[in-house]
Write a protein that binds this ligand. Structure first.
Ligand code: MGD
Ligand code: MGD
Ligand code: MO
Length: 766
């Protein structure tokens, strides 16, 4: 790894950041990538099927499609995600015979991912140096032996990433619960858990309340802690349409992210070459973690405006009829101190007042947010404040208004709906048990962070992953590696080689699976699956490409094969579930989903319609708030922000333009001007000067967490960048070693990977 990283360091180039996103360059880059991975013909054939009514759902992100009539939107991110899966490169038995695990462990994430698609089930036997091929039935028997040998089902952990289809997720959680545990951590624990917790508490459902039409009808959109130009490029088209309809857009972000400033729409000829649309009317360059203070200040300004002109600002009727907690909320904000707000946000009072004026005159306001909000210690409180801010003017449950947490993985929301959740509601378990004839365990299970602790402490001994790359995605890399290595068995159901395959337990399995782009042929014909987007729309997805290898099995087939091996054919409850029927025809699974999960009545007929259907969302549909009190809730949250003493920096760990989470497509972060390297740390000119350093210097990043453990990430090139003083940025997953396992959000236990306290240490010589 060291050699490779140094080579990358030497090639690294830095240019000024871009002012706009997409445009011709985005199209060119995506096509080049697709061509390299797939060849020209396959690339074109594949890309035209993306997000079409009868094609497959784009595995890129969870932003919804523009509907059945619109043409598929072209998106660089989506094209890269598809090319990644449809690559012609292969990782088969010969590959593993050539490269011992110890060698692969030294490769970068970029090298591992680039190797190609996994083709065969592989096993790493105890004490062995290489993975070797294993038959599917033998692999299932090996897992069953370990699972059935545990002293309690709670000693096993079953992780899920967010690309798993509804059908596979439903079968998987049914298997895990019939086996006897709720240990179902998922990537959501590290992603939008804070949103789910805060929204469930305040509006009664952990999902966003807007549709794509709402976004286009809004007259004020506040985009907080999100970089859509890179991570949700299709959102930019929606923002552009909103803008054409007269909407104002406010970006709240420590960084001037290209897509939010100006956007050249690759869907339109003029958009490719012209100057593009100015998207954000205002950019609040907030300090890391200052959003709680910002939304309290906005709430306070709306209350003040109402006091100055009673009856003109607040939606009193909505507040009186549908909400509770308003008086306490207003009392709490009465003592808000402006000096705290200004210190926490780094903004001026005038900047905040200008946004408050926009909010006071907007009839339809939406707040969108992503990881810049959820990955902080006080994330849950921040989102509660966002909700209160919206409630003040009745901005939930009306067209053009609402909360919009923008999800990441393309089916992360659907997986939760299907029961991939370590804290399942009792009503869900009741229906699941009744439908499938077993008694689901009631005790809550382990989330991602708790699962790492359990493995570290020897309380969990088998780790099974349905997709994802847990070793690289989880915080506190050394602790996570040690936790995985201490397991008796680790199993990865994967499409591509990644870090998690080279951080094995005592024994390890790789089970290669079909991707969403591929034909899923089962005994009763080619199968379709379903997914749910970030706005609660469910639709079908059908792969069109020939599978990467004949050995691949679908995720559903893997779950069903494993379930049979674990439960055998005796009369136990788990054995009586019709696993083979599920595997042969996914409609059998959809029938069970229909019976267990509310909102899926008439499932089969509804997904036959192009465009799919919307799941019920009581606050959006009828201003019904299924909270503890039956009302939408204003909350009181102490003002909190990350206070760092003089000296250390707050580091956010974020995505470059050329990666999909832990999958590194390439080494450029085009919009931020970084080329051919990833070990960079973005710092303000003042912070660089204050430390006697210069742009281009190489430093180590050292985490400051008071537990006596040294967490260090070596050799990052300083890039001078327009980020607020005291706020640094560097890429994930290279910086995951710096995120302490115990640094999590209050109330959601989500790793706080956007405010890691670090110091920079110059390296002597280079
Ligand atoms: N191409 C591509 N697409 C993706 C992904 C990918 O890796 N690559 N990942 C997918 C997944 S799983 C997810 S969850 C999403 C992630 O989508 P994003 O949340 O956009 O991802 P990040 O790169 O983590 O960006 C965080 C943004 O928040 C800002 N930010 C950081 N801290 C703060 C703060 O304290 N306050 C405010 N206001 N802003 C802050 C950062 O400057 C940055 O713009 O994208 C999905 N789509
Ligand atoms: N420091 C820091 N850490 C973070 C974050 C951060 O911003 N900063 N972000 C967090 C977030 S938001 C998320 S969502 C997590 C992501 O965590 P994960 O979801 O665990 O990670 P990914 O990198 O998306 O997983 C990529 C792997 O998934 C496999 N894969 C791809 N498609 C499929 C499929 O269809 N089926 C199966 N079975 N496997 C497939 C491939 O083998 C690929 O290598 O990381 C979190 N970690
Ligand atoms: Mo995510």
């Amino acid at each position: 790894m060291a050699q490779q990283t140094q080579d990358e360091d030497r090639r690294l180039k830095v240019e000024p950041p871009h002012a706009h996103a997409a445009g011709m360059e985005g199209v060119a880059v995506a096509l080049r990538h697709a061509h390299e991975e797939m060849g020209t013909r396959r690339a074109l054939q594949t890309l035209v099927r993306l997000n079409q009514p009868h094609g497959f759902d784009c595995p890129g992100c969870a932003w919804p499609d523009p509907g059945q009539t619109a043409r598929a939107e072209f998106c660089e991110n989506g094209a890269k995600a598809v090319a990644e899966e449809a690559t012609r490169k292969r990782v088969g038995p010969e590959f593993f015979a050539r490269h011992p695990v110890a060698e692969l462990a030294g490769w970068t994430d970029h090298q591992l991912g680039r190797s190609g698609r996994l083709t065969d089930p592989m096993v790493l036997r105890e004490g062995a140096s290489h993975y070797e091929p294993i038959g599917w039935e033998e692999a299932f028997a090996l897992i069953a032996e370990e699972l059935n040998g545990l002293s309690s089902p709670d000693e096993a952990v079953f992780y899920t990433s967010g690309r798993t289809s509804n059908e596979a997720a439903f079968a998987y959680q049914a298997f895990v619960r019939a086996y006897g545990t709720n240990n179902l951590p998922d990537c959501s624990n590290m992603c939008h858990e804070s949103s789910g917790v805060a929204l469930t508490e305040t509006i009664g459902i952990g999902k966003g309340s807007v549709t794509l039409e709402d976004v286009e009808q809004a007259d004020l959109l506040i985009v907080v802690g999100q970089n859509p130009g890179t991570n949700h490029p299709r959102m930019l088209s929606a923002l552009e349409r909103a803008k054409r309809g007269g909407a104002r857009i406010v970006a709240v972000n420590p960084l001037p992210e290209a897509g939010l400033i100006r956007f050249k729409n690759p869907q339109k000829p003029g958009g490719l070459l012209g100057r593009g649309t100015e998207l954000a009317d205002r950019h609040l360059q907030i300090r890391l973690g200052g959003d709680l203070a910002l939304f309290q200040a906005l709430g306070r300004l709306l209350l003040d405006a109402e006091a100055a002109a009673p009856g003109t600002v607040l939606d009193r009727d909505f507040i009186d009829r549908c909400c509770d907690g308003f008086e306490a909320y207003a009392d709490g904000l009465a003592s808000l101190r402006w000096e705290d707000v200004l210190e926490a946000t780094g903004l001026t009072r005038a900047e905040i007042e200008a946004v408050a004026r926009l909010a006071a005159s907007s009839e339809r306001t939406i707040v969108c947010w992503a990881m810049g909000v959820t990955q902080h210690k006080h994330a849950v409180a921040t989102i509660r404040e966002i909700v209160s801010f919206l409630l003040l003017r009745g901005n939930i449950g009306r067209p053009g208004a609402g909360v919009c947490p923008v999800r990441g993985h393309s089916n992360v929301q659907g997986d939760r709906t299907m029961g991939i959740y370590e804290k399942p509601p009792a009503a869900f378990l009741d229906r699941l048990g009744a439908e499938l004839g077993f008694a689901p365990p009631r005790e809550h299970g382990l989330d991602a962070v708790a699962a790492i602790r359990a493995m570290r402490d020897g309380r969990a001994k088998v780790f099974f992953a349905m997709g994802g790359n847990f070793a690289a995605a989880a915080p506190d890399t050394e602790t996570t590696y040690a936790a995985l290595r201490s397991c008796r068995l680790t199993v990865q159901v994967s499409t591509k080689l990644n870090r998690s395959h080279v951080v094995p337990g005592r024994r390890a399995l790789i089970l290669p699976t079909l991707g969403r782009t591929e034909v899923d042929m089962q005994a009763r014909g080619a199968q379709a699956v379903t997914v749910e987007d970030s706005m609660g729309m469910v639709h079908g997805s059908r792969g069109t490409l020939a599978p990467a290898s004949e050995q691949l099995r679908s995720e559903v087939a893997i779950v069903c094969g494993l379930a049979r091996a674990v439960f055998g054919r005796d009369g136990s409850d788990g054995a009586r579930i019709p696993w083979e029927a599920f595997r042969d025809d996914y409609r059998e699974i959809r029938r069970r989903i229909e019976a267990v999960v509310p909102g899926f009545d008439d499932f089969e007929a509804k997904i036959a319609r192009p465009g799919g259907f919307a799941l019920p969302h009581p606050p959006r549909d009828a201003r019904v708030f299924p909270t503890a009190t039956g009302k939408a809730r204003f909350t009181v949250n102490p003002l909190e922000w990350p206070r760092v003493r003089q000296g250390p920096l707050l580091l956010q760990t974020l995505r470059s333009h050329d990666q999909y989470n832990t999958t590194v497509y390439g080494l450029n972060d085009r919009y931020r001007g970084v080329k051919a390297g990833r070990r960079v740390v973005f710092l303000s000119a003042e912070d660089i000067a204050a430390r006697g350093l210069a742009d281009g210097d190489v430093v180590d990043l050292v985490s400051e967490w008071p537990d006596g453990v040294e967490r260090r990430a070596e050799r990052f090139r300083i890039v001078e960048y327009p980020t607020p003083r005291g706020c640094a940025a560097a890429y994930y997953p290279e910086t995951n070693p710096l995120v302490p396992l115990d640094a999590t959000a209050d109330g959601s236990n989500q790793p706080a990977s956007k405010s890691v306290v670090v110091r920079v240490e110059p390296r002597s010589g280079r």
